[in-house]
Design a protein around this ligand. Structure first.
Ligand SMILES: CCCCCCCCCCCCCC(=O)SCCNC(=O)CCNC(=O)[C@H](O)C(C)(C)COP(=O)(O)OP(=O)(O)OC[C@H]1O[C@@H](n2cnc3c(N)ncnc32)[C@H](O)[C@@H]1OP(=O)(O)O
Ligand SMILES: [Mg+2]
Length: 242
């Protein structure tokens, strides 16, 4: 092996190694699994392209009943055969983009989110092969693309959008990513953008160029508190609508 090739190999491993250490520090495991909400999981697939960590994302088929045409991670609702959140994420990633579960190195589960149907959505982070070629299932996925993870800290096109859910006003991230190589543009927002931003902060440990509420010195606690406040407000609203 030539010296330059060996050097590149070491660099790749060191980028991945550092990311894994930081991710494991933020692993929530099954801490939130007991919450009485319906469950869904997404896989946040990381890979290296041109020496940079990237995330693989999908565009939902226009035929889907819920969120057609929106960008999201491979994932879906929990089924009875799934033994935990990781199983759901891997099963769905196989169904949607043809990713074999044994080709995913699962690193951790991050703090969950809640979607508009009140599912508890667990983000499962895993490394996939750098050369992975997706085989999208056209019934569910119309496109697959990758975005450098750093884009979610230093975007070229970003707005914070107001988000109203049953009278409760909040904000959500909205990125536009121009994929020059494939001459396409993607809008990444809502829950998907929320997970991508948190993942980028966990790995790079720096604040984005836009405002976020996390305390970087107490990242896990501040993210968990954000989630627990959201969960409490949803439980409160559920009670008052009974
Ligand atoms: C600025 C400050 C920000 C602060 C943070 C605030 C952030 C919070 C903001 C929160 C904002 C919240 C608001 C926003 O985020 S709005 C925003 C943007 N959108 C998103 O972020 C997407 C978020 N959603 C998801 O990721 C997914 O929907 C999740 C993972 C939640 C559920 O997963 P999913 O939906 O993917 O489930 P599935 O894969 O099991 O099933 C999908 C459907 O496919 C059918 N199906 C299955 N197999 C087949 C087949 N072979 N042939 C044909 N069809 C098939 C199946 O029956 C099902 O149909 P149906 O039953 O649905 O009809
Ligand atoms: Mg899905």
């Amino acid at each position: 092996m030539a010296a330059a090739e060996r050097q590149n190999g070491w660099e790749r491993e060191s980028i991945k190694g550092k990311a894994k250490l930081r991710l494991r520090e933020c692993d929530v495991g099954d801490k939130f699994s007991h919450l009485p909400l319906r469950k869904a999981s997404v896989l946040l697939p990381l890979l290296l392209r041109d020496g940079a960590l990237c995330l693989l994302l999908t565009v939902r088929s226009m035929q889907l009943r819920r969120s057609p045409g929106e960008v999201c991670f491979p994932g879906g609702k929990r089924e009875e055969i799934d033994k935990d959140e990781i199983d759901t994420a891997l099963r769905e990633a196989k169904e949607e983009v043809g990713l074999q579960p044994e080709k995913v190195e699962v690193i951790c589960r991050l703090v969950p989110g809640i979607d508009k149907m009140n599912h508890l959505v667990t983000p499962v982070v895993g490394f996939i092969e750098d050369t992975f070629q997706a085989s999208p299932n056209p019934d569910e996925v119309s496109d697959v693309f990758v975005v450098p993870l750093e884009y979610f800290l230093k975007p070229l096109n970003y707005v914070a959008l107001p988000y109203k859910n049953k009278g409760y006003l909040s904000w959500m991230h909205c990125f536009t990513y121009d994929d020059h190589e494939h001459k396409k543009s993607f809008k990444i927002w809502g829950l998907t953008a929320h997970f991508a931003v948190f993942l980028a902060i966990v790995i790079f440990r720096t604040k984005p160029t836009f405002e976020v509420h996390y305390d970087l010195d107490n990242l896990i606690t501040s993210a968990e508190n954000d989630f627990l406040n959201l969960y409490a407000s949803i439980s409160e609203r559920k009670k008052s609508s009974l």
